[in-house]
Design a protein around this ligand. Sequence first.
Ligand SMILES: C[S@@+](CC[C@H](N)C(=O)[O-])C[C@H]1O[C@@H](n2cnc3c(N)ncnc32)[C@H](O)[C@@H]1O
Length: 220
Amino acid sequence: MIRSKIIKNLNLKKIKYLPINISKFFLSFPKILLRLFFNFDTWHISSFAHREYAKAIVKYANQRDSKNSVVEVGCGLGDIIRRLNYEKKTGLDNDRKVLKAAKFISKFFDSSRTDFQEYNFLEPKGLEGVHDVILIINFAHAFNSEILKEKVEEIFKNNLSETGEIILDVIEDKSLKNYKNFHSIEYLTSSLSSDIFKIGEFGSSRCIYSISRNFNKSQG
Ligand SMILES: C[S@@+](CC[C@H](N)C(=O)[O-])C[C@H]1O[C@@H](n2cnc3c(N)ncnc32)[C@H](O)[C@@H]1O
């Protein structure tokens, strides 16, 4: 009787998830320690190794021919941008605590060094410079589609190199409760002469798109 109760309470069904949870914990552990000093938002302790979308972005961006300059808006700890092989790398975020920690990590694990700066995506002052890749990953769901559309148009016109790409993610499943805003890539790019390429689709219906200039449309 007691034995069967113990076995029932062990909930063996859950054990098959144990290895992945243990590996998640171990891979997040350095960030958990770092958080003790920098006190950044708990979201950032999630490990890069368990974020398939982030790995796909790194792979895609590192395969480009032109790799002069990359900017990531909303870079957090810099898990993505730190792994990019570009000559110039700029990580922007509006959270000072996470930026301090990103700078600290970058000293040890970012041979090509990222320049981390404080920047609020919503402020009227636009991005500076012209870049091959501009990443807007995992935070655009905080803004409504009208605001995001304006920002994408502005960046597309002012900050992309000739063959440059904006890479952003869109959560498509409107029934998901963790997200406030759901965007449509067609709406965001409706006034642009652009090519859309879907880099991939991941958990929580997250689709990663690349937006680049469509030379046929803009010339014809
Ligand atoms: C969920 S994290 C994503 C981090 C990183 N892009 C990734 O996928 O690993 C979102 C980041 O966006 C930043 N953020 C949110 N609103 C922002 C804004 N208005 N301007 C700049 N950064 C912002 C947050 O501080 C946070 O670091």
